[in-house]
Design a binder for this molecule. Structure first.
Ligand code: CA
Length: 447
């Protein structure tokens, strides 16, 4: 389906919420991402809000003012009377679009004065809330959709044959762990697990203890909106209608635990100790101006099998989304040094589109449910500056990264903070951002 542009994408539109008009704001009136927040006041309840500049518009409050009572927006507005986005996700694309257009009209500079005054009573400073997970995630699946990441990692283990023969036919993925998804800002405890020195005698026994190879993975997640019934699939031409929106994902990984455990069934405890999410879900509507062609496959690569091929997905299924990962060590923080960028990549470089990942996931009749999270896998690009994890960037620790303090990093140290960011920009449109996804490493528990 071709992305629809309407008045909500008008680059000239300004908001009466002044902070939304500041150049470089992630949340101008053209974005309007949804999230779940809780005021820091004692006893406050979680609620659904929309980010605008440095504020949050509380949708419960908007309902109580009767501002969302029109027939076309009532369904989506009622779905926002919740402590998660799952009901709004379940409502599907049509109601979500209607709500976006209504919120845009209320927040525009030229909105009726009565609407502005009523809405202003329900604006909260983002600095005064805690952001929670946006949805109750029933199931979380992580893909491996960057051919650059797959090739770079493959080379470390199989220099002569980095890419396995299935890669260009099938969006590779594994079932992740939903219970350890955490919102941005949640500290990440260094995990313990079984590891064995790769150079050790193949008959030596592994040890149990804290990982020495803790890594981040720069990823993008997308939430399922309306799902599919068990036993039914989702045609590729309809896949986008089943996607609600996107957020940043950091799939923390313990490479030494992973290396010992992953054969023959894939990642397990090296991944499931924590996965961080950015809290604002940027909708597919907000992303419409930034859609682009699917990744251009190299000559000689196979075409996607028919169930993964759709002309409109080939033409518009990509997304021009810049991603960035940076690190702040304890010494950098103490020295007042800004986080150092370790990698910049673009989501359009993924070998598989979101629609292909979703359609493939449901192709066996697996039911996807509203609020399920699918993540892209580490987003890397062709260039060395576009590597989305330390495993790739340091060639498994052989080529450490130098920090501005002179410290070296092969893998993450205790106290390191990792910050992910993402934004879309294109001539003729207002830049929109995903906000940030942060996490700081805590020392391992005593074993
Ligand atoms: Ca991953």
């Amino acid at each position: 389906m071709k992305p629809v542009l309407d008045e909500t994408h008008d680059s000239e539109a300004q908001s009466w919420v002044e902070s939304a008009n500041v150049a470089g704001s992630d949340f101008p009136i053209q974005n309007l991402p949804f999230g779940v927040f809780r005021r820091r006041d004692a006893g406050a309840e979680a609620g659904v809000g929309v980010a605008i500049g440095d504020r949050i518009l509380d949708l419960d409050g908007m309902q109580s003012e009767g501002l969302l009572a029109e027939k076309s927006v009532r369904l989506a507005a009622n779905a926002c009377a919740s402590d998660s986005l799952n009901p709004l996700m379940a409502a599907g694309a049509g109601p979500r679009r209607a709500l976006r257009r209504r919120l845009h009209a209320i927040l525009r500079q030229d909105a009726p004065v009565s609407d502005r005054q009523a809405a202003a009573r329900h604006l909260i400073a983002q600095a005064d809330v805690d952001m929670l997970l946006p949805a109750v995630v029933g199931d979380y699946t992580d893909f491996y959709a960057s051919i650059f990441h797959a090739t770079n990692v493959g080379k470390l283990f199989r220099p002569d044959n980095p890419l396995l023969p299935n890669y260009k036919y099938i969006p590779i993925g594994y079932h992740g762990r939903a219970s350890s998804l955490v919102p941005t800002g949640t500290p990440v405890r260094r995990p313990c697990g079984q590891t064995r020195d790769g150079d050790a005698d193949p008959n030596s026994a592994p040890k149990f203890g804290p990982t020495h190879a803790l890594d981040y993975e720069l990823e993008v997640g997308f939430f399922v909106s309306a799902g599919n019934r068990l036993g039914e699939s989702i045609p590729i031409g309809e896949a986008e209608e089943h996607i609600f929106g996107i957020c940043l994902v950091n799939d923390w990984s313990a490479r030494d635990i992973q290396a010992w455990e992953y054969q023959p069934l894939g990642p397990f405890l090296g991944k499931s100790f924590a996965t961080s999410l950015s809290p604002w879900v940027v909708t597919m509507e907000a992303l419409a101006p930034f859609r682009t062609a699917a990744f251009a496959r190299a000559e000689g690569d196979p075409a996607p099998l028919p169930y993964l091929f759709c002309q409109s997905d080939q033409e518009q299924g990509g997304l021009d989304l810049w991603l960035e990962v940076s690190l702040l060590s304890v010494r950098m923080r103490e020295g007042g040094i800004a986080p150092v960028v370790l990698g910049r990549s673009n989501f359009r470089d993924l070998y598989w589109t979101m629609a292909q990942m979703l359609t493939h996931h449901a192709s066996n009749g697996c039911n996807l449910r509203p609020g399920d999270l699918l993540a892209s896998g580490t987003v890397s690009g062709a260039d060395k500056t576009a590597r989305g994890c330390l495993l790739e960037l340091t060639s498994r620790g052989k080529d450490p990264v130098m920090l501005p303090t002179g410290e070296e990093r092969k893998f993450l140290e205790d106290g390191d903070e990792i910050i992910l960011r993402g934004f879309c920009e294109r001539d003729g449109f207002r830049r929109i951002g995903l906000g940030s996804c942060r996490g700081t490493i805590l020392p391992a528990s005593a074993t």
